[in-house]
Write a new protein. Structure first.
Length: 378
């Protein structure tokens, strides 16, 4: 019964590895609850875990949990369920239950790529994450990330901007959104055909030890992991390491060698065999042949060659006024420009400059940042 799986997942002292040992020994959650104390103690479980299983003291709570999940409009998946994500089932210690909300089946039926990185990211990293996620999502790839600030949020927003699907894997219960200011982003993910996924019971708060467990789900659901900015001891490097252990492709966006946020990504490229990523095609060519063939254009044909990022940034759209064209050429995609600097470099009056910047923002060619700074949108 699903109740036994939910109860086992809620049992104190039973993490993914202890659960894996139990299932290897007894075969199912139902069989675990038929085991004797001596059989359970042979597996060297924590005493409180053994006591809870023998007493079956979480069965009623599990029943209530199932009802509450249904009220939230979410679903519960168990490890021996036929609809449990097949890629995730392959990993060493898959979660025995998954709480899922939204169009999770449609999302996971598509090729999935994880895009992760630093919470305290640079403008360059934010733009790179948004661009890679948007370009992949436009081509039918589901972008998976962790709903954190910085690179993760940019990845989700990039996928939404590309009109595609994105999945947020939570380190909390499905009824909790962390950080709280991403509640709107989580709602938008669901509204646009995406999904939220977690292994944690309802009401689980955002405690630090939960996030490495979340990271293994991010990589486990994905064909590959793209790291965009990561400091030396970043959680994103944990996700990359888990990806390597799970036999996933690992990619990294190179960064400025003097930036501490680039230490992790540059190390992955230099010392861990990660594939350097400049554009979405660098990811597509490493995917299984049948998926790569679907994503990549044919080598010959009438299709025009896609413009490189450098070509895109060199282009100035038609219909811009003289001041708008001048300001667009002054803006960089990765280095914020303060409004005072733009006044000095352009020679425009502050009123003309402000009008030009507002027009560029409305046409989604420029983006305003805190502190009266501006960057060019990729």
């Amino acid at each position: 019964m699903i109740r036994d799986w939910v109860a086992l997942n809620m049992t104190p002292g039973i993490g993914p590895r202890a659960a894996a040992k139990l299932l290897e020994r007894f075969g199912s959650a139902e069989a675990v609850y038929r085991a004797t104390r001596a059989e359970l103690e042979q597996l060297r479980l924590l005493p409180e875990a053994v006591d809870s299983i023998i007493a079956r003291d979480l069965q009623d709570r599990a029943e209530a949990e199932i009802e509450n999940v249904e009220k939230l409009g979410a679903d519960l998946l168990i490890l021996d369920d036929g609809v449990y994500p097949s890629l995730l089932r392959e990993i060493y210690d898959p979660p025995i239950t998954l709480y899922v909300k939204g169009a999770w089946e449609e999302c996971l039926d598509q090729p999935c790529i994880a895009v992760v990185g630093s919470r305290r990211c640079s403008t360059y990293g934010q733009n790179a994450s948004l661009m890679v996620a948007r370009d992949l999502a436009q081509r039918g790839v589901t972008v998976i990330s962790g709903l954190a600030r910085g690179i993760d949020a940019a990845a989700h927003r990039g996928a939404l901007e590309g009109g595609g699907r994105t999945v947020a894997v939570l380190g909390t219960g499905i009824d909790e959104v962390y950080p709280r200011d991403h509640k709107k982003l989580a709602d938008e993910i669901l509204e646009c055909g995406g999904a939220l996924i977690t292994q944690f019971p309802l009401g689980t708060p955002p405690v630090s030890e939960n996030f490495p467990y979340r990271n293994r789900i991010i990589s486990g659901l994905s064909l590959g992991v793209v790291v965009v900015e990561a400091a030396e001891n970043s959680g994103s490097l944990i996700t990359a390491r888990l990806g390597i252990e799970q036999n996933r492709e690992v990619f990294a966006v190179p960064g400025n060698i003097t930036s501490k946020n680039s230490f992790g990504t540059n190390y992955l490229i230099k010392g861990a065999g990660a594939k350097l990523v400049q554009q979405w095609q660098d990811i597509a060519v490493e995917l299984p042949p049948q998926i790569a063939a679907r994503l990549l254009p044919p080598p010959f044909g009438d299709k025009k060659k896609e413009k490189s990022l450098a070509d895109q940034l060199a282009l100035v759209p038609r219909g811009l006024s003289g001041p708008e064209t001048m300001i667009l050429k002054l803006l960089s995609a990765d280095s914020p420009e303060h409004i005072d600097s733009l006044v000095d470099r352009s020679g425009l009056s502050i009123s003309d400059l402000t009008a030009a910047l507002l027009s560029l923002e409305m046409r989604e060619l420029a983006r305003a940042l805190p502190g009266r700074c501006f960057v060019r949108k990729i």
